[in-house]
Design a protein around this ligand. Structure first.
Ligand SMILES: O=C(O)CC1=CCC(=O)O1
Length: 262
């Protein structure tokens, strides 16, 4: 367990793997902490140096007053990578984590050699949609939006999985300020133009049952980047690394190996 301090903000992170391993950074989604990746890490090549972290407002990181900007989330990530010595990394971002990947690649290409855009978009939803959700959370907390969120996160059959209540609890225990702060960052982000200018190896992963970032959105974003590879995981919602970890790890491992891993 590690904390890095940048001014008033402390971020919780974890580094594993050999010091000379291929650097890979994982950035998770809205309402999750870095345990999002727990199931797939043991299935990836062994020679990876892995950085995971809880973005501001999530997990064990600090919860500054919101709203947050996407620029602040990208800057936090940049500082954490500089702090931990991660550069020229493969950046795996899911949902808002994939937005951070796109923004970081546009700003600091020295940090990002390749991207995995998982269940994300250059633009996710509309300002009105996010404003409605933020208003609901300000009024009734995350409990007021948990059921539709779980429907977007997971396919119907996974709702009966013994693990499902744990993911529901992870969402419910996210600080409301952390969630609304990051929701505001998503609402204010449109990376269509900047992502169109990116030229780096990219893998896009979508879940056929994803109610947050449906396959069309994920693949339209991938199509902005020449040569981007597109993979669809059937039977998975917004978090295929949780719902279909074997399939997810296989797709990710093949991409990592193509970039030179194990
Ligand atoms: O709440 C959702 O629909 C899930 C989500 C959207 C953006 C993100 O990071 O998670």
């Amino acid at each position: 367990m590690h904390m890095a301090q940048f001014g008033d903000l402390r971020l919780h992170y974890d580094v594993t793997g050999p010091e000379d391993g291929m650097p890979v950074v994982f950035a998770n989604s809205l309402g999750t902490d870095y345990r999002l990746w727990d199931k797939i890490l043991p299935m990836l090549p062994a020679d990876l140096r892995i950085l995971r972290f809880d973005k501001r407002g999530h997990g064990l990181s600090d919860v500054p007053d919101g709203p947050y900007s996407m620029g602040a989330l990208i800057s936090d990530t940049e500082k954490l990578m500089d702090h931990t010595g991660f550069k020229d990394a493969i950046f795996v971002g899911l949902s808002i984590g994939g937005m951070i990947a796109q923004g970081l690649a546009a700003k600091r290409l020295d940090l990002v050699r390749a991207m995995v855009l998982s269940n994300t978009g250059a633009k996710i939803g509309t300002r009105d949609m996010w404003a409605d959700r933020v208003a609901a959370v300000n009024e009734g907390g995350l409990a007021s939006v948990v059921d539709p969120t779980m429907d977007r996160w997971f396919s119907k059959p996974f709702h009966a999985d013994p693990e499902f209540p744990a993911w529901r609890n992870m969402f419910l225990r996210t600080p409301s300020m952390g969630w609304t702060g990051c929701a505001a960052a998503i609402a204010g982000t449109d990376f269509i133009s900047s992502t169109s200018g990116l030229r780096l190896p990219t893998l896009a992963i979508a879940g056929s049952e994803d109610g947050s970032t449906p396959p069309d959105l994920v693949f339209e974003t991938a199509d902005l980047i020449p040569g981007a590879q597109k993979e669809l995981i059937r039977g998975a919602g917004h978090l295929p690394c949780v719902e279909k970890p074997v399939e997810y790890a296989a797709i990710l491992s093949a991409f990592l190996k193509a970039q030179g891993a194990g």
